[in-house]
Each structure stands twice: as structure tokens, then as C-alpha cells.
Design a protein around this ligand. Structure first.
Ligand code: FPP
Ligand code: MG
Length: 299
């Protein structure tokens, strides 16, 4: 049943794109790899039957895809989901404009929804952008500041997951606040697991190079937790490996991560956020399953 709805969401996005009546946009978009549609799956678990849920999911997926198109330009990423990114295929200018098209069309379609839904999702795009700015600013220098990391991932990742859950709840006539809290905690857990997999996953699982975050300048939670456990001299060594692509540096880091059991520590933090998500929606089995699958995923 859910698979059928996911197909309908794909078709809806495609018809939104076709309404723009432009061959170049259709060509660029046809090369875009759709992801796991995690946000849509979550929204369908909250509101399955409402006649407008497919459109709402399509809007959310378009916002998510727009943000990734821009993010790959910002991060100079040539791979997305294991395939060449749109910026790698068509250049930065086209990737940015395709992002603008998706994002603007999503906003136009939001106008036909309840004001609270439009408000939640548009406010969330401001947060996404603020998160991305802080991600870039924080990448200028090694940044083992946990509070700044949590504020940034809440904006960059969790805000859209929270707003997706909240808007589906509004459509279904459910308690918006409860589902927002669920989504926010789930989103934070999701990003922590993403950051964990970057260190411990391999290129095949990730669809992009492994241990890329620190080399790109992102001091993610596993690095923050490791830094706190290292001796003064090892802290200096870790800091000197910031933005370093060297395989010797990566080997040193992974050995220290293993020695100090950073996988376990980081997963524990993700689990704590997962527990807070569960607490918000107590007893809803399909939403509980999403939390479990998210935390114990391998890619
Ligand atoms: C991926 O982060 C990026 C995001 C989750 C959000 C990016 C947000 C923007 C570019 C601003 C919003 C803009 C629009 C047009 C809606 P990452 O680089 O840590 O993850 P990755 O490894 O998947 O690239
Ligand atoms: Mg990126």
C-alpha cells in the first residue's frame, strides 16, 4: 500500500515539473536520483488517507531535493547516492537553478494548503538555510563545540523532518506539537547516525567516499567525543589532521576511534534522542519502527 503511494508521490513531483513547461528543466530533473523518501514514508505513517497527502509529500521531497542540489554545490560533492551529482553532470550554475526551480514551485504549491502547514514548512526552510550557513562557517576551523554542533544539525537536518511530521499531523487532525517533538528528536538522531556512518561505513554503503566529513572540514559528533577523550598531545595531532585527505591521517583517526569506543558512545547519544522521539508518540508502532530502522541502519 505504502509503495503505491510512494509511486504516486513520484508521479506528482514529475507532473509539478511538467507544469513548468521547460525541456531543460525536465532533462536536468530526469538525471536526479530520488532518495529513500524517508520524509514521505514518515508522513504517510502519520497521515495515509487524506486526499492531499500525496501533494504535501511531493512538496516536502522537492524542498529536500532542492536543498541537496545546493548542498552538493556548496560542498563540491561530485557524488550523490552513489551516482554523479547534478553539479558534476551539468555544472554548478544549472544545479543551483534547478534547486531554485524545485524550491519555488514547492512554495507556490504550498499556497493551496492550510496556513499553519505553509507556515511550518516555509519557516523550516529558513532554518535549513541557517543550518547550512553555520555548517559552512563552522568548517572554517576545527570546532569541537558540542552545543554549536547540536544547534547546527537541528537546523540543517532535524527541522525538515520535524516540520514534515507536524504538517502531516495537521492534515490528519492530530496533535501537531507531539509529532513535531517526535520529528525533531528523530531528525537529530538521524544526523548523528549519518555522521557516525561517515566514519565507520564504507564507500559502497555510503555512495560517497568514507571518512569524508572531517576531510571536508566538518567536526561531527564522533570527532567531538574523541577529542574530549584524547590526551593534550593527541588532541593536537587530531586537530592537525583537520581537512586532511591523507590515508595515514584517516588510519590514525580510525584507530583512536576504536581505542576509545567512539562508535558505542556516539550511538548511545543517537539512541537517547531516539528514546525522546518514542516518548512523544508512545504506542504508535509504525513510528516506533521508523526510529529503530533509522538508528540501526547501515547506510
Ligand atoms: C546536507 O548536509 C544538507 C542539508 C541537510 C541541508 C542543506 C540546506 C540548504 C542548502 C539550504 C536550503 C536551501 C533550499 C533551496 C531549500 P551534509 O552535507 O552534511 O550531507 P550530505 O553528506 O548528504 O551532503
Ligand atoms: Mg553535503
Amino acid at each position: 500500500m505504502k509503495e503505491e503511494k510512494l509511486k504516486q508521490i513520484h508521479t506528482q513531483i514529475f507532473s509539478f515539473i511538467q507544469e513548468l513547461k521547460d525541456q531543460s528543466i525536465e532533462n536536468f530533473f530526469s538525471q536526479f536520483q530520488s532518495g529513500k523518501m524517508l520524509r514521505s514514508k514518515l508522513m504517510l505513517s502519520i497521515c495515509f488517507d487524506h486526499p492531499d497527502i500525496v501533494k504535501l509529500c511531493a512538496i516536502v521531497e522537492m524542498i529536500q531535493n532542492a536543498s541537496l542540489l545546493h548542498d552538493d554545490v556548496i560542498d563540491d560533492s561530485l557524488l550523490r547516492r552513489g551516482e554523479p551529482s547534478i553539479n558534476a553532470l551539468f555544472g554548478n550554475k544549472n544545479a543551483i537553478m534547478l534547486g531554485d526551480v524545485l524550491y519555488s514551485k514547492a512554495f507556490y504549491e504550498l499556497l493551496f494548503f492550510d496556513r499553519e502547514i505553509a507556515k511550518t514548512l516555509s519557516d523550516c526552510v529558513v532554518r535549513l538555510s541557517r543550518g547550512e550557513i553555520n555548517d559552512v562557517v563552522m568548517a572554517q576551523a576545527f570546532c569541537p563545540d558540542k552545543a554549536r554542533y547540536f544547534a547546527m544539525i537541528e537546523d540543517k537536518t532535524a527541522s525538515l523532518i520535524a516540520s514534515s511530521a507536524k504538517s502531516a499531523a495537521i492534515l490528519a487532525g492530530l496533535d501537531a506539537k507531539q509529532y513535531y517533538t517526535y520529528g525533531l528528536n528523530l531528525g537529530i538522531a538521524f544526523q548523528i547516525v549519518d555522521d557516525l556512518l561517515d566514519v565507520f561505513g564504507n564507500e559502497r554503503q555510503l555512495g560517497k567516499p568514507a571518512m569524508n566529513d572531517f576531510a571536508e572540514g566538518k567536526t561531527t559528533l564522533p570527532y567531538i567525543l574523541l577529542y574530549a577523550k584524547l590526551s593534550k598531545s593527541d588532541q593536537e595531532i587530531l586537530q592537525s589532521f583537520f581537512k586532511n585527505q591523507d590515508s595515514k591521517a584517516k588510519e590514525w583517526i580510525i584507530n583512536k576511534m576504536q581505542e576509545f569506543e567512539i562508535f558505542k558512545d556516539t550511538q548511545k547519544v543517537a539512541l537517547d534522542f531516539g528514546m525522546q522521539a518514542l516518548e512523544a508518540i508512545k504506542g504508535d508502532e509504525s513510528l516506533e519502527k521508523i526510529v529503530r530502522e533509522m538508528i540501526f541502519r547501515e547506510f
